[in-house]
Write a protein that binds this ligand. Structure first.
Ligand code: LLP
Length: 385
């Protein structure tokens, strides 16, 4: 079976589970994004929520990308790791006063505003500081991203954004808010989107909305299309990178920009998912009635995606070359949903073998918890090993 290229002998000396980040792959990914956006009015803000490990943040910031934050603490983490405040955007349906103040104090590029009451509070807080906040309204485009229901966000019944019908009222409120300047519109239709057609639908919708704004005499310097580009979880060894070329070309083709207009992107998963693997040890092979359970020392506290979204991650035994054998791979947590995969084929596994759960760089370490009083997973980086 084809496996990832891991320093297995070094891994054997380490306490498991831990995240291992392939920094060469992260850099190659960042280079690819840079190449596809160069010489275009395209700005990429890395979605910090996908992975806020300081080493990862510093690496991404060093390429000059911006940050997309969803909490005050994410703004502080981004600043600490070298992101420039004038490249930080701040989204979220429930920003607290403290969080808005962090954004105002640091003069961030833009607040992605999700409701009229939020706009009013932002105006009041900005006025108290004698500042003008730049804001993009997040509009719910009612587009089906054809992804898991927990990570589809662009349909009308989602809690995010404002609906089209509210736009005339929003313009009224913006006009009455002297400390908020409307600089653009913002969208995000979902995550792990592999059918790029959904982004084409988004472009059509944006063009329609833009015409409406222009008809009101409003120019929009910023169009922010959010994130959502999916990766191939099935074949991490053959397809280690998202198709950035097709993705950016799609927007170039389908969304002609007006003069002095820039297109902003908030990519998270596609930047960091492929470079991270969760490395774990096999604890026991437990014989069921009809199947074998491979019990490993990583659990849903380290990587919750399979338990929460029935997400697929490719799994490999990186220390065995024995015959392929079917297993259910399960963690040690006291929850029946603590299952990484059912009836998958691994090289025959014994206690002590190292198991790699691949493509775990996004929403892996960032969503780890201390449930069952477990330790948070450690992290290691391929270039400092
Ligand atoms: N912008 C906004 C407004 C978002 O809500 C998100 C993700 C992104 C950008 C980045 O999207 P990405 O490029 O990563 O798809 N925990 C889930 C994913 C939640 C995504 C939340 N929003 C998972 O593990 O699949």
């Amino acid at each position: 079976m084809i496996k990832g290229n891991f320093p297995v002998e070094k891994f054997k000396q380490l306490y498991t589970p831990f995240y291992y980040y392939d920094i060469a792959l992260l850099r190659a990914t960042l280079e690819a994004i840079k190449k596809e956006t160069a010489n275009k009015p395209f700005h990429v803000h890395y979605a910090v929520k996908a992975n806020a490990n300081p080493r990862i943040l510093k690496e991404i910031a060093s390429y000059g990308f911006g940050a997309d934050c969803v909490s005050g603490n994410e703004i502080l983490a981004a600043l600490e790791c070298g992101f420039s405040p004038d490249k930080i955007v701040f989204a979220g349906v429930g920003k607290s006063d403290r969080e808005m103040q962090i954004g105002l104090d640091n003069d961030i590029l833009c607040f992605n505003v999700e409701s009229i009451p939020e706009l009013e509070v932002l105006n009041t807080l900005a006025a108290a500081k004698g500042k003008t906040a730049r804001a993009a309204f997040r509009i719910n485009p009612n587009i089906d991203a054809h992804t898991h229901k927990y990570i589809t966000t662009g349909l009308t019944e989602n809690k995010f954004g404002v609906n089209e019908q509210d736009l005339p009222r929003i313009i009224e409120v913006v006009n009455a808010s002297s400390n908020v300047q409307l600089t653009g519109i913002h969208f995000h239709i979902g995550s792990q989107i592999t059918d790029l057609k959904s982004f084409e639908d988004l472009c059509i919708k944006i063009k329609e909305l833009q015409e409406w704004f222009n008809a009101q005499g409003i120019k929009l310097p910023v169009i922010n299309v959010g994130g959502g580009l999916g990766i191939n979880y099935q074949h991490p060894n053959h397809i280690p990178m998202a198709d950035f070329e097709s993705y950016f070309r799609l927007f170039e083709k389908n969304l002609p920009l007006q003069e002095r207009q820039a297109l902003h992107f908030e990519l998270g998963r596609s930047v960091v998912a492929p470079c991270g693997s969760l490395i774990s040890r096999a604890l026991f092979v437990k014989e069921g009635i009809q199947k074998k359970f491979l019990v490993i020392d990583a659990g849903m506290t380290d990587l919750i995606r399979p338990a929460l979204y029935q997400a697929f991650h490719h799994i490999e035994n990186i220390t065995s070359d024995k015959e392929p054998t079917p297993y259910d791979v399960v963690g040690p947590i006291c929850e029946s949903s603590d299952v990484f995969a059912e009836q998958i084929v691994l090289n025959k596994s014994v206690r002590g073998d190292l198991i790699a759960i691949r493509s775990a760089g996004a929403y892996g370490e960032a969503m780890a918890s201390r449930y069952n009083c477990r330790n948070l997973p450690l992290s290691y980086f391929s270039d400092r090993f």
